[in-house]
Write a protein that binds this ligand. Structure first.
Ligand SMILES: [Zn+2]
Ligand SMILES: [Zn+2]
Ligand SMILES: [Zn+2]
Length: 230
């Protein structure tokens, strides 16, 4: 357990003990499991996680305990559009905002000092003193975005382009041949050479592969939005 988690847990214990010692160890176990995860977690996910760790608590009890953590300032409840209620850590003095993918539900945290300062300034110009705020930015994550781009055959990809394999058409035999080469839907590959005739040379991680045009025709890909080299 991280040192900060240990302090949080001790702090929580002090606060709840003031209200009686009923099932205190159970409550502390829930707090521990919650502090160990860095996710924005739903009640169902929390129950699942507890089961994985060998605890079998009634959902009502877990929910009560989570809400107690919220009341006492150890957790905060967040609800993003179209998603169930989630709980996340509430670290004192550490604020963050969120990017939410509307397609897969992925949540990314960010903190930007300039943005924070700007918000305080905007509020002040309207005579507001900021007590709290949340900024949720909705959009598509890079993975969902790349899935949205139209499919094309691998033969159309240009040298230097990074593409994601989306589907392999052309019957089981062709698919098996590609699987043998290590190519599967979802794989990110980079085109090294595609001269418009002859074999296409591509890189998959540190490996170069040469694919005949006949087979390449059957591999449907989309341009990857992912940065970085492969
Ligand atoms: Zn903020
Ligand atoms: Zn997404
Ligand atoms: Zn968060």
């Amino acid at each position: 357990m991280k040192k900060n988690d240990y302090l949080e847990k001790a702090n929580f214990r002090t606060l709840i003990e003031a209200n009686g010692k009923d099932r205190i160890q159970d409550k502390l176990n829930i707090v521990s499991v919650f502090l160990e995860t860095e996710e924005h977690i739903t009640l169902d996910e929390m129950l699942h996680l507890l089961k994985e760790k060998g605890y079998d608590f009634e959902p009502r009890f877990v929910k009560q305990c989570m809400n107690r953590m919220v009341d006492l300032g150890f957790a905060q409840k967040k609800q993003f559009e179209g998603q169930p209620i989630r709980y996340e850590h509430r670290h004192l003095g550490r604020h963050h905002d969120h990017l939410i993918c509307t397609k897969c539900g992925k949540i990314v945290e960010f903190f930007n000092e300039n943005m924070e300062r700007l918000q305080v300034g905007i509020a002040a110009r309207s005579g507001f003193h900021v007590l709290q705020h949340r900024m949720d930015i909705y959009g598509l994550c890079s993975q969902c975005l790349s899935q949205r781009t139209p499919l094309m055959s691998l033969t159309m990809a240009k040298a230097g382009e990074r593409v994601v394999i989306r589907e392999i058409a052309g019957g089981r035999k062709k698919q098996a041949r590609l699987t043998d080469m290590g190519l599967r839907p979802g794989d990110l590959i980079k085109i090294i050479n595609n001269a418009g005739r002859g074999r296409i040379i591509l890189a998959q991680g540190p490996t170069r592969l040469a694919i005949g045009r006949g087979i390449a025709e059957k591999i449907m890909v989309s341009i990857s939005a992912q940065d970085g080299d492969i």
